[in-house]
Design a binder for this molecule. Sequence first.
Ligand code: GLN
Length: 492
Amino acid sequence: MSDLHRLSIRELSEGLAQAKFSSRELTEHYLKRIAKIDTQVQSYITVTAEQALAQADAADAAIKAGHATTLTGLPIAHKDIFCTQGIKTTAGSKMLDNFISPYDATVVAKGKAAGLVTLGKVNMDEFAMGSTSENPHFGSTKNPWNLEHVPGGSSGGSAAVVAADLAPFATGTDTGGSIRQPASFCGLTGLKPTYGRVSRFGMIAYASSMDQGGPMARSAEDCAYLMNVMAGHDAKDSTSVQKEVDDYVSNLNDTSVKGLRIGIPKQYFNVQGLDADVKARVEESLKKLEEMGAILVEINLNMTEAYVPTYYLIAPAEASSNLQRFDGVRYGYRCEKPVDLMDLYKRSRSEGFGTEVQRRILIGTYALSAGYYDAYYVKAQKVRRLIQQDFLKAFENVDVIAAPSAPTTAYKIGANLSPTEMYLGDIYTLAVNLAGLPAINAPVGFDKNNLPVGLQLIGNYWSESQLLSVVHQYQQATDWHTKRAAIAEENA
Ligand code: GLN
């Protein structure tokens, strides 16, 4: 079978259950594609072929014995930020180049328990800080729609593997847009859950008060299957919430678009730098939703201008604290021949971390330092609360809020944006993390260069089912999510 990579998650699950193909055949199919096509896309940091085939055989045995779950035997790629026992976990950094975790992240463990087969670990921006997956240590992952362009980031490897059909779905993480923006750049569906819905245990920390894992796949339906595995309370993560988990798959048809009030923030569509094609495609998608019965309501989100400065204080502050542990002593990269302890710290950290990570540690340490703590960090936390209140007020009148996921489509690799230009590209995604809300990206068409455009829908707390359901209805009525990049059409 040469077209297994064109099947949806539901079709793969049914095909395995009905013994149309085995997990070994499916896994071999993907491994062949990776060997042939990933030389161009460069998305995998580690391919775990041997373990994958062993897991596939175990899955086939479970299916035969009648012990299978819905996802037993399906292959997956994990962002290299999730710890995997016995498999290298780098977080995209030289600092962790040789790090082999002694345990699995909860998300990985849940995947294993569900019978998922791990194909490997995929590239990302170093420590998830960035928007391009141009990694100083592991190289630049390419956008499958145009190999000269970035796939977005930081979960750019996760987006690229799905868009090139080098995995049927993938895990990602989103601290300020890292699931939604690469999903947008690569024409995929990606869900950033409510803070606390998915366990952060074993997910290497960037900004702990905002980090959240989530699914990346072609459709809302595919995401729902993975979300069923990822979500849930975990005693090992103190911010994980004890709240019943929805069955996201069976809820896919539960929310009707008819009568759904979609808020359109006035401020979002007047942002300087919003690409004309992005604006047009997003507006067309909203028109389509209106035709399907949704009610578009203009709303105000008055704090929009504060998003970028607030996030870029709080995230680096938390990062500077989280990354203190990489000191070259206990684990992580250690410089050669240190002359004394100070030299060991200094050189291990300046050789082990790339430029962007160092920049954030410096900004964060400064913002937290005794003389500036109140002026920067505390102030940013107060603004963060105002941003959250802005959303809560909006949700009194609307069910979901619509926005682009990013102001542009994927730009060229090596565009070399200044840090501020890069940070401004996150304008539409950051507030969701500051407020802890869930949001989803759905593909809604292409720009003049045939690069994908994404629509973002932001929901109130715990509305993952609703978001997936709305996008599912939209995807029943449109076919953007079925479009494939030329490289995905290539056979191995
Ligand atoms: N681009 C944002 C940043 O660099 C978001 C990254 C993320 O969500 N991990 O911080």
